[in-house]
Structures are given as C-alpha cells and as structure tokens.
Design a protein around this ligand. Structure first.
Ligand SMILES: [Zn+2]
Length: 275
C-alpha cells in the first residue's frame, strides 16, 4: 500500500476575518483538498474567546493569542496577566500575532516595541513560540532580538519577505520562516530566491487568509484551501514532490508548535486523521 497523501498545514489563517458560516465551509473545503491543520492567530485580545471556541470545536484547528502591532495602542495595564491566563488553554499554541509594522504605523513605534517586549517576555516565561509579524522594521527587530533577555525566544516569522541577509540572521537564531502565496507571484523572485538557501527543516507554509491569495486566485480573498498552491510552488522551488513538501512543512509546524503536536496525538484515533 502506498503512503497516504501527506496533509499540509496552513500555519497562518485569520479565519475570524470570514463570516461565521463561511469559516466552517472554508475549513471543510480545505480538508477536502488535503489540508490537515490550521493555525488561526489573534489580532487583538478580544479575539481570544471566539478563536478558542473555534479551536475547541475542531481537532485540526489551533490558535495563537496576542496583539498585532496594528493594535498595539489597545494594550492596557494588566493585559500581560490577561493574556497569560488565556494561554493556559491547551488549544492556544503560540503567542501572537505580535511584531512590528513600520510600513503602516497604525500604532506609534514606541508602543509597538513596548507591546512586543511584553509578549515576547510572556512567550519565554511560558515556553511557547511567538508568531511574529515584521514589515519594514528589520533594523528594530534585529536590535530587539540581540538583547539577552530574548535569547531563548522561539518563533515563526510569518509571511517572510525580508531578503537573504535577514533570512540567514533569523535562521541562525533558530527561527522558522513562513511562506505565503507571494512565492507564486511573478515579480516575487526576491522572496523565492531565499528558499534554496534555507535549511529544509525551518520552512512553514501559510495563506495569511484573507490576504495574499496565490496564483491563480490572486486578487480574490484568500482561503485556507489555497495553501495547497503555496506548498506546490515551494516543492517546485525545492525540486521535491508535493507530498514531500507537505510532510516536511507539517513536521516543522508540529516541532515548533509543540502543543499542537500533543493535541494531534490525542486526536489521532482511527478515522479522525488527515484525509
Ligand atoms: Zn497575520
């Protein structure tokens, strides 16, 4: 008997951006294409209850809890304690989405930095990985990473588009890089060119739903099912089969997000595995 098709995992999809009915449909259509797992990152702390409820309804859905840099201004005294309590839930597998965005500057930069410090400190305290957003902020990001306080951070730098020098710096620190539908865009040669230089055990695939839909869906709202196109392109760039790329990136996901791996083992009863 040949091996079952390897399920690919969408390591970053904002399902909360879809209508409530459409969330279930989006999960089902993705599963029908062989997508075996979904990580849904919060944008604000107010997302947490809804994301945890969604994750508890589905053995193949997990969430990251935290505050996106766009929403950093919403951080209040006591939010570190509130987030710590929320992260006690085993369906929360990471701190995030956290980071810096100096492209849009929706929150003041000093606030973004302060809120990122709070969340990374919590990630280290709880021994959880962080899901990190980084846009037009490489220098500030690297300065923070070089602080000894954050030496033990583990992280997924999602929607990576930072160039080869940044990729090497992040890989050297033990981090993982998440690739989106951008790698299918004709003009994104600068993103694709880093792929052959990366260790194969540090790559993740993601949709970043609802943004960055891959070719041939470009310009439409993204869906978790389209992670198949991202994985297919990654496999082409690597000269490996789709199944190899799917299996490899899913193993990477479960190595980084250890709570998801623990949950997946518990859920692995006959008939409930990836289709
Ligand atoms: Zn995101």
């Amino acid at each position: 008997m040949s091996a079952a098709p390897a399920g690919v995992i969408d390591s970053h999809c904002h399902l909360q951006s879809l209508d409530p009915d459409d969330r279930e449909r989006a999960l089902d259509e993705a599963r029908a294409r062989g997508v075996a797992g979904f990580l849904v990152p919060a944008i604000r702390l107010a997302d947490a209850d809804g994301l945890l409820a969604l994750a508890h309804r589905h053995p193949d859905v997990w969430c990251a809890l935290g505050v996106h840099p766009h929403e950093a201004s919403s951080w209040r005294p006591g939010d570190r304690e509130r987030l710590r309590a929320l992260l006690a839930d085993p369906k929360s597998v990471a701190v995030g989405e956290c980071g810096l965005d100096f492209h849009y500057d929706h929150s003041p930069r000093a606030t973004q930095l302060a809120v990122l410090r709070e969340q990374w400190a919590l990630a280290i305290e709880l021994d959880l990985p962080a899901v990190v957003h980084n846009r037009d902020s490489n220098d500030a990001m690297l300065a923070l990473l070089r602080e000894t306080e954050f030496a033990d951070l583990t992280a997924d730098f999602h929607s990576f588009a930072g160039g080869l020098a940044m990729a090497r710096e992040l890989i050297g620190r033990g981090f993982y890089l998440g690739f989106t539908g951008m790698i299918t865009f004709p003009r994104a040669g600068n993103v694709r060119e880093v792929i052959p230089h990366l260790p194969p055990d540090r790559e993740l695939v993601e949709t970043d739903t609802p943004y960055l839909a891959p070719i041939p869906y470009r310009g439409r709202p993204n869906r978790p099912a389209y992670v198949v196109e991202v994985c297919r392109r990654l496999a082409e760039e690597r000269g490996e089969s789709y199944d190899e790329a799917a299996r490899r990136t899913s193993e990477n996901f479960l190595r980084l997000f250890r709570r998801a791996a623990a949950g997946a083992r518990e859920a692995a009863t006959p008939g409930s595995g990836p289709r």
